[in-house]
Design a protein around this ligand. Structure first.
Ligand code: SF4
Length: 372
């Protein structure tokens, strides 16, 4: 029997948004991406800093266990903001960090390992609180978020008998966007949603003609997107949208809405093509070549270059702002005036983005007759 073996709470948004993904995802596995590695490292670091009280800036430039990803100053700032936020909420509450939950009761038997790791579970003041850190810059809405719902269901199964709570609160902490969203529901509401989700998943698994729902909400992280015809059709239709030669602003908006899903689909198709060729398939018009690389020093280069160039072989850089603040301690207030935050370039973002809109002076059309 095929199993939905890689189903984590983070995948529930896809399954519940697109009925077709339930069957199409059976047997699919996910490959770790650089973005996923960064996320894993920052979650582990947040956990470490919360439990030990260590400042995240201590780890700038370092790797964490089992990863070669180096923590940047920007990463450390995000982790510290997330840790500080949780620290402010935890008073008088039982707290479980990086806690594995099991939500077996709320999914069909075909889900082989129905577990996931909740970043933070807090219980107190008659409420169960689920906190999820997001270290990416793609906005994630807390309202009706299925990932957090399944963490809560697993947490209820584990702690429901030992603690009293009637309310469930969900918090998404997204420091890159300065976004700290809360959403609540009653415990009965949570349990009703859990029952409904299980019923839906059981039906979807046995439905031979399920409904597909391609779009950004469902597809970006879908494990089956590399083999999904509905997604291919969706992409093709998107390209046919414009009736005139030049794209209207409405069509541009539709393409921007779909872009995350389409980019993710195209990346998945490219990876799928590579693994098929590696397995012996021929893809018409394509071959495997070595990727381009940049020159780098061999392990024994430093002494040789130092002998030839002396001090000119090295250059020194100023330490980062975060490191400077740490070294300066209280004296950093006297240095404040020497730190600036450069203005960012205009960038397009959805209306839900928390940054305020900036007004731009329209650029002069390059085809305008300047004499008029
Ligand atoms: S890629 Fe999108 S449409 Fe296709 S199965 Fe996955 S979620 Fe559904």
């Amino acid at each position: 029997m095929s199993t939905l073996s890689h189903i984590r709470p983070s995948y529930m948004g896809t399954l519940l948004n697109c009925e077709g993904s339930v069957r199409l995802s059976t047997g699919c596995t996910s490959a770790p991406s650089p973005a996923a590695e960064r996320g894993t490292v920052l979650h582990e670091l947040a956990h470490h800093c919360l439990l030990t009280g260590t400042e995240a800036s201590t780890f700038v430039g370092q790797c964490r266990p089992l990863s070669e990803y180096r923590i940047t100053e920007h990463d450390a700032e995000q982790v510290q903001a997330a840790v500080d936020y949780v620290d402010n909420l935890r008073e008088n509450k039982a707290l479980f960090a990086e806690h594995q939950v099991n939500f077996r009761r709320w999914v069909p038997a075909e889900v082989a390992h129905p577990t996931g790791t909740a970043d933070i579970i807090m219980i107190g003041d008659n409420r169960l609180t689920i906190v999820d850190y997001k270290f990416g810059s793609r906005y994630v809405d807390v309202t009706d978020n299925k990932q957090l719902l399944f963490y809560a269901l697993g947490a209820y199964d584990e702690f429901g008998l030992d603690y009293d709570f009637d309310l469930v609160e969900y918090i998404i902490v997204q420091p890159a966007l300065d976004s700290y969203q809360h959403y609540s529901q009653t415990l009965n509401g949570l349990l009703r949603e859990g029952e409904k989700a299980k019923e839906y998943l059981i039906k979807a698994l046995s439905n031979p003609t399920p409904r597909y729902n391609p779009g950004t909400d469902a597809c970006v992280y879908c494990l089956a997107r590399h083999r999904c015809k509905a997604m291919a059709d969706y992409t093709e239709n998107l390209l046919k949208k414009s009736e005139s030669e030049a794209l209207s602003v409405d069509v541009l908006a539709q393409i921007l809405d779909a872009a995350p899903a389409v980019k993710s689909f195209l990346d998945a198709v490219e990876s799928e093509a590579l693994s098929r060729v590696e397995r012996g398939d021929k893809i018409p018009g394509y071959k495997i070549v070595e990727s381009r690389t940049r020159r780098k020093y061999a392990d024994d280069a430093e002494p040789a270059l130092a002998e030839l160039l002396g001090d000119e072989a090295y250059k020194t850089d100023l330490i980062s702002v975060t490191e400077a603040e740490k070294k300066l301690g209280k004296k950093h207030v006297f240095f404040k005036e020497h730190v600036i935050k450069p203005q960012g370039k205009p960038t397009i973002a959805p209306e839900t983005d928390k940054r305020p809109e900036i007004s731009l002076t329209p650029a002069i059309d390059s085809f305008t007759d300047l004499d008029n």
